[in-house]
Design a protein around this ligand. Sequence first.
Ligand SMILES: Nc1ncnc2c1ncn2[C@@H]1O[C@H](COP(=O)(O)OP(=O)(O)O)[C@@H](O)[C@H]1O
Ligand SMILES: [Mg+2]
Length: 206
Amino acid sequence: MARVVALVGSKGGSGKSTAAHLIAHGCGSLPRPVPAVVLTTDPEERPRTDRRRYFVGDGRTAERLLAEMRRWLAVERVLVVVDGAAARADLDRLVSEVADIAVLPFRPAAHDAERARDNLARLPNAWALPMDWPRHPGTARRARRWLEGIPEERLLPPFPHLPRLDGFMSEDGYLAAAYEVASPARGLALEVLARAGVDPDELSQR
Ligand SMILES: Nc1ncnc2c1ncn2[C@@H]1O[C@H](COP(=O)(O)OP(=O)(O)O)[C@@H](O)[C@H]1O
Ligand SMILES: [Mg+2]
């Protein structure tokens, strides 16, 4: 049975698309790859179908999203990664309810952490993902306070700032970063699948 991960949170620039593509890239970079598809819902984003270790589908209108969901949910072994819900809070709740897990990225800033906490209360099944997190000891120490208000049982490990991720959505940028990013992306994918209660072997081709 296909499984679904939804990237949620209405704030733009919180890292939803980056996390969606990382999870799919991580799945495609496992020793036994898990087929994955990212469904783009942002009308501003052009879905890329270039040489990636995963598929990309166009869900930029409600009709397209529904059609893509129908198509991919009929596939036995695939992870469907829904990238946002077109910045609509109502859709975002609906999507997180049908998903096996909802992931809510937030950046290291007071307002973002506060919003993540509110969204966690509103969205069932959601886990907060500290995104673009500092690694330098001094900055990391200061960033720790943004994690304090998030319940530990709904917090994923922070994903670090990786300079290479800047161009990940473009074809050239993807190819340049694919190798370097594979290891942290695998780690993220495995954390998310574990939280969703999904065994990757259940989805990999045998
Ligand atoms: N871990 C990270 N390391 C480096 N840059 C990041 C990271 N996470 C997000 N970014 C950058 O932040 C910006 C916004 O992220 P994006 O995924 O497009 O947000 P959203 O889809 O929520 O609007 C992008 O330029 C992306 O490259
Ligand atoms: Mg986006």
